[in-house]
Design a protein around this ligand. Sequence first.
Ligand SMILES: Cc1ncc(COP(=O)(O)O)c(C=O)c1O
Length: 405
Amino acid sequence: MSFDVKAIREQFPILVRQVHDKPLVYFDNAASAQKPNVVIETMAEVMRESYANVHRGLHTLANETTQAYESAREAARLLLNAVSTEEIVFTKGGTEAINIVAAGIGATIQPGDEIVLSVMEHHSNIVPWHFLRERKGAVLKWVEVLPDGSLDLRSLEQQLSKKTKLLALTHMSNVLGTVPDVKSAIHMAHAAGADVLLDGCQAVVNVKVDVRALDADYYAFTGHKLYGPTGVGVLYGKRARLDALPPFEGGGEMIETVSRDRITYNSPPHRFEAGTPPIVEAIGLGAAIGWLQSQDRDAIHLHKQALMAQATEALRGITGLTIHGTAKGKGPVLAFSIRGAHPHDIAQILDRHGVAIRAGHHCAQPLMSHLGVSATARASFALYNTAEEIDVFVEALSKAQKMLS
Ligand SMILES: Cc1ncc(COP(=O)(O)O)c(C=O)c1O
């Protein structure tokens, strides 16, 4: 296998840290991933050597920064296999990307129009649609998940109708790890006459995405889970969709002309990038994407799958432990509950062993109520994690189970 985890780890300076005098085991990657040197250095270099505002300047630094910013857009285009950079909008995160679409299509929503979404969505892909329910009279239709956590395509079929305006669906659940059959889901939604938005915040780092092959109308992702910085994300939209979408925020850059009684808008992507964009962050994201794409992504996938297999097997040996989500082909996310133990207590005990996991509702309350829990613990793995770290995690977890149950 051409994957050298030691060489990868050396590129992430934070991984040498100690926590409570123990080597850091960072298993909170689904919340946010750590950053390689290339991202940290690229961002520092921009600010140190060639920084100015983008698009508006006629001087060297402005031109250099604009070029770097637009190269990052090209990196995102390549990552998603979009047709053109005009389909790539920089946003401040995955959340904003989804809100741009919700606010935009909201302008044409009539009372009774339907938005279809699954019960395993993150709040970022729920709350914007609730806004349309509250403000426009849209109806939310929920697609169920099967006991193993996979998307119930029969439930999807039942929820789609002539009234469906949009299917808003995760490309990978941040709790169950499920990677739904989005290709079939998109096909079904299109057959019903609806557009599809995929929330790719988790998927983009774990799955090779091809928006053209999927025929997705919109695709949203965030930079900080992709080894990039916070404060930046991407909204992909098919050119025709973005052309038809009204602007989100008003300000500089998103206009063509402004007079006392009239405005005309810039074309996409700039129509959706009002004001000074996250310049340094977008360039950092471009570096993260370039770095990830230069790695052997198939080998990374196998590495993460091996970690998942090892962890799943070991967790099954812990008394009273339930894993939430066992769908075939799931991503490297392990949400679990231990009978009698509160997830927050588990996370705190693990922290004393240097192991960082997450506990809570994971911004997925409809899914929590479907699972019949108010919170879970969650370990999630990245390409820099190792088999030895899983051993440390499992040992610490066994101790926590004994202390709490
Ligand atoms: C599936 C999913 N969608 C959306 C988001 C929101 O991303 P951000 O908070 O970066 O906007 C997250 C982040 O946790 C996520 O896991």
